[in-house]
Design a protein around this ligand. Structure first.
Ligand SMILES: Nc1ncnc2c1ncn2[C@@H]1O[C@H](COP(=O)(O)OP(=O)(O)OP(=O)(O)O)[C@@H](O)[C@H]1O
Ligand SMILES: [Mg+2]
Length: 176
């Protein structure tokens, strides 16, 4: 299934479940490419569940899919200048997915640790169903897909979760 279709159907499913306002923007003709549907579905579902759980009722969730040129850092710093000179196309083609909410936001000092296992932020109420694993699993799935995931947020101004996955094996497809 094309990624824009898969994300669109998740949006529909969560809209039906929760009645929240979820908007979605994706280019009409995003190139079709091979990706692991299970992993991406799991991650987007986790992010949507968080957005709906932590944002007050009546909040808004924005999702987007866009093409992104990922200037990936090399693992080794040796020969980095030479590699850059040799490289004709430094940006890795990737898909960038964003799930943004109008919730309470997350202070900068927590932006990395929320992706660790069993981390819930101070003040979060006890909830039998919430153990602090959702984002940790999301990070593992995205890294296993060769991608990366992060949050941009400020207390009081909502949260934007982003992930990138490399677009390999580009295929022209009518079914996108
Ligand atoms: N959209 C969000 N807005 C504000 N805080 C968030 C948001 N998403 C995650 N957090 C914070 O990050 C913590 C970790 O999120 P994570 O999804 O890993 O765990 P959880 O939602 O608490 O539990 P689980 O996902 O295992 O049900 C949350 O407990 C919450 O404090
Ligand atoms: Mg969660």
């Amino acid at each position: 299934m094309a990624i824009r279709v898969q994300i669109g159907s998740l949006r529909q499913r969560y809209r039906n479940l929760a009645g929240d306002r979820i908007y979605y923007a994706a280019p009409e003709r995003f190139k079709n490419f091979h990706f692991d549907t299970f992993k991406i579905q799991h991650v987007v579902s986790n992010l949507l569940e968080n957005a709906m759980k932590y944002a007050p009722r009546g909040g808004t969730v924005w999702m987007s899919l866009e093409a992104y040129s990922w200037d990936r850092r090399m693992q080794s710093r040796e020969n980095i200048q030479e590699e850059r000179r040799k490289s004709t196309c430094p940006g890795v083609r990737s898909a960038r997915i964003c799930v943004a909410d109008t919730g309470p936001g997350i202070a900068g000092e927590h932006h990395l640790e929320i992706f660790d296992a069993f981390v819930r932020l101070p003040g979060e109420k006890e909830d039998a169903g919430s153990v602090g694993l959702g984002l940790h699993i999301a990070r593992q799935l995205i890294e296993a897909h060769g991608g990366k995931i992060w949050v941009e947020s400020e207390l009081g101004y909502g949260s934007k979760f982003y992930f990138l996955i490399p677009v390999r094996d580009l295929m022209e497809s009518e079914n996108n």
